[in-house]
Design a protein around this ligand. Structure first.
Ligand code: GLN
Length: 384
C-alpha cells in the first residue's frame, strides 16, 4: 500500500524526552526519576468524590468552559491567594491539562509572523504550539549555576513582532522561582508594548524555604495582558487526570474559549465535580504541599551530599538538577540512557530543553516519590 506522504509541520520534533525516558525505565526495570509524576496517589477524599460522580450518572458532556462549581471554587481560591477576583463565568476556563491551556493561549495570540520569547531550558510543549500557530520562537538562555533570567538580554530580544512572553515559575526543569525583581523587570519590558504574557504556574504551590510564589494574578497591570495557567495534576498528585485551568481577563478568555471549544470542547465530567467538592471540603489542602515536597527535596539532597554530584539549588517544583561534571564528560542525553540501562536509575537530560545547549552537564531527577524509592535511587547514585 503506497501511503500518501505527509509534509510535517513539526519536522524537527521527535517523541518527547518524558515518553522516551519513562519507556526506557520501564523496559529496563529502572527506578523512574525521569518523567515528573508522583508514585503515590491523590488524597482519598478526592478519589472518593470522583468515584461517587462516576457511579451516579455524571458522565455526559459538561459545559464547554467547565462546570460552574469548579470555576467558582477556582475563582475563590485565586482571590484568597493572590487578591485577584476573577469572574468565574468569563475569566476562568477548565482545560484538559495545562498542556491544552498553553496550546489554546498560544494560539489565541500568536499568528503568522509573530514571535514568542521563551526562556531556555523550557518546557517542551511551548515551541511546537507556537510553530503550529504560524509563529516563531526567540530563545533566551538561562545558565548554571543559578538559571536566572538576564533581563538585559530580554530587552535586546524584543522586536516589533514580539507578541508573547512565556514564563514558568516555579520553573521546570531548573527549580528556580521568580521574585519581585523579575516582576519589575518584566513590567518594564512590556510597558507600552503589545506583548501578552503566558504564565505557566503549574507548580504554584511547590515553593520552598519560605519563598512566595509571584503569580501574575497578583499584579493587576500585568494580569490585564496575561493568561495564568495552573494544573490540578500537580497540586493533587493526579497527573493522569489532565485537569487544569486558565485564568485570563474576559476579552482574552473569549478568544481562548473560541479555540478551546474546538480542541477538546471540555474535560471529563466526574473529575470536575470531584475536584469542585474537594476544593470546597478541603480548601487548605494545598497549604501543606510546599512542606511536603520540601521534606522530599531535603531527604533526596541529604543522601546525595555523599555523592560526587554537585546540587543546583531547587527553590520550587519537584525536580532537582545535579551537575555530573565530576563523574563524567559524556553528553547528558547519552549518559541518562546509559545510567538507566546500567545502573537502573532514570533521569532527564537538561540539554534537550535548550535551543542551543550550553556547555553544561546537568541531569534532572524527580523527587515526587516515596521516601523509600528516593533512598534506593540515592544509594545507587552515591556509588557513581
Ligand atoms: N511535566 C512532566 C515533566 O516535566 C512531564 C509531562 C509529560 O510527560 N508530558 O516531567
Amino acid at each position: 500500500m503506497a501511503v500518501l506522504p505527509l509534509q510535517s509541520k513539526l519536522p524537527d520534533v521527535g517523541t518527547t524526552i518524558f515518553t522516551i525516558m519513562s519507556k526506557l525505565a520501564a523496559d529496563e526495570g529502572a527506578i523512574n526519576l525521569s518523567q515528573g509524576y508522583p508514585d503515590f496517589d491523590g488524597p482519598r477524599p478526592l478519589l472518593d468524590r470522583v468515584s461517587h460522580y462516576l457511579a451516579n450518572g455524571y458522565n455526559q458532556y459538561p459545559p464547554m468552559a467547565g462546570i460552574e462549581p469548579l470555576r467558582e471554587a477556582i475563582a475563590r481560591k485565586v482571590e484568597s491567594l493572590y487578591g485577584l477576583a476573577p469572574d468565574p463565568d468569563t475569566e476562568v476556563t477548565i482545560t484538559s491539562g495545562a498542556t491544552e491551556a498553553l496550546f489554546c493561549a498560544i494560539n489565541a495570540v500568536i499568528g503568522s509572523g509573530d514571535e514568542a520569547l521563551l526562556f531556555d531550558p523550557c518546557y517542551d510543549s511551548y515551541e511546537p504550539a507556537v510553530t503550529l500557530a504560524g509563529g516563531s520562537c526567540r530563545h533566551i538562555p538561562t545558565l548554571a549555576p543559578d538559571f536566572r533570567v538576564d533581563w538585559d538580554r530580554v530587552r535586546d530580544a524584543i522586536r516589533p513582532n514580539t507578541r508573547l512572553i512565556v514564563l514558568n515559575t516555579p520553573h521546570n526543569p531548573t527549580g528556580t522561582v521568580w521574585d519581585e525583581s523579575d516582576i519589575d523587570a518584566l513590567r518594564s519590558v512590556v510597558a507600552d508594548r503589545d506583548i501578552y504574557l503566558l504564565a505557566d504556574e503549574v507548580y504554584e504551590h511547590v515553593v520552598f524555604d519560605g519563598r512566595q510564589h509571584v503569580s501574575l494574578a497578583r499584579y493587576p497591570d500585568l494580569f490585564a495582558r496575561s493568561f495564568v495557567v495552573s494544573s490540578f495534576g500537580k497540586t493533587y498528585h493526579v497527573t493522569g487526570w489532565k485537569v487544569a485551568y486558565c485564568v485570563a481577563p474576559a476579552a482574552l478568555t473569549e478568544e481562548f474559549r473560541r479555540i478551546h471549544q474546538f480542541v477538546t470542547f471540555t474535560t471529563a465530567t466526574p473529575l470536575q465535580y470531584g475536584l469542585a467538592d474537594f476544593l470546597a471540603d478541603c480548601p487548605q489542602h494545598h497549604l501543606n504541599l510546599a512542606a511536603f515536597y520540601q521534606a522530599k527535596r531535603d531527604l533526596f539532597c541529604g543522601y546525595l551530599r555523599e555523592s560526587r554530584f554537585r546540587l543546583a539549588p531547587s527553590a520550587g517544583t519537584f525536580f532537582q538538577l545535579v551537575d555530573y561534571g565530576a563523574i563524567s564528560d559524556e553528553p547528558d542525553t547519552a549518559l541518562a540512557r546509559r545510567w538507566t540501562v546500567q545502573h537502573k536509575v532514570a533521569s532527564i537530560p537538561v540539554s534537550v530543553f535548550y535551543e542551543d545547549a550550553p556547555d553544561q552537564r546537568y541531569l534532572r531527577f524527580c523527587f515526587a516519590k516515596d521516601d523509600a524509592t528516593l533512598e534506593r535511587a540515592a544509594a545507587v547514585l552515591c556509588r557513581l
